[in-house]
Design a protein around this ligand. Structure first.
Ligand code: FES
Length: 143
């Protein structure tokens, strides 16, 4: 009987500690999952630092923004979204063969064009940014 009471107390203590942990950490919005604001920077596409954007299907992460080259036929097109998953805080990557943004941590997927979460566990869309290409300068900026 004494052992049963002891076990019950351990279980109760565990429930209380887990609940406190949830309140303290899990239930708050993780700042790392929030989209950067007031974004405005320019990349030189001829620089070796931006080699990931040289070819269609490539990508780079700069200033917490995931920049993807997603051409439409002969026209160069670039899309920019926040680089961190909205579910956790893992860095996202672009899967060019399936044309989706994916999170390597729990497998969620996002639409390249809109940032919409298309496969759970993430449900919150990615922050998206405008891109403006002028010859070899690519500006990434907030709306
Ligand atoms: S952190 Fe992205 S799916 Fe888990």
């Amino acid at each position: 009987m004494k052992t049963l009471t002891h076990t019950y107390s351990k279980f109760t203590l565990c429930i209380i500690l887990c609940s406190l942990f949830c309140v303290a950490f899990s239930c708050k919005k993780n700042p790392a999952t929030q989209a950067p604001t007031n974004v405005d920077f320019t990349l030189d596409l001829t620089s070796a630092d931006n080699a990931g954007l040289k070819n269609n299907g490539g990508y780079e992460i700069k200033n917490n923004i995931l920049i993807i080259r997603y051409d439409n036929g002969p026209n160069k097109r670039f899309y920019a979204v926040q680089a961190n998953c909205t579910y956790g805080q893992c860095l996202l990557m672009y899967d060019a063969s399936n044309m989706v943004i994916q999170c390597p941590c729990h497998g969620c997927l996002f639409d390249v064009l809109t940032g919409t979460a298309t496969q759970p566990p993430a449900t919150v869309p990615l922050g998206v940014y405008l891109t403006t290409l002028t010859v070899n300068s690519l500006r990434i900026h907030s709306a």
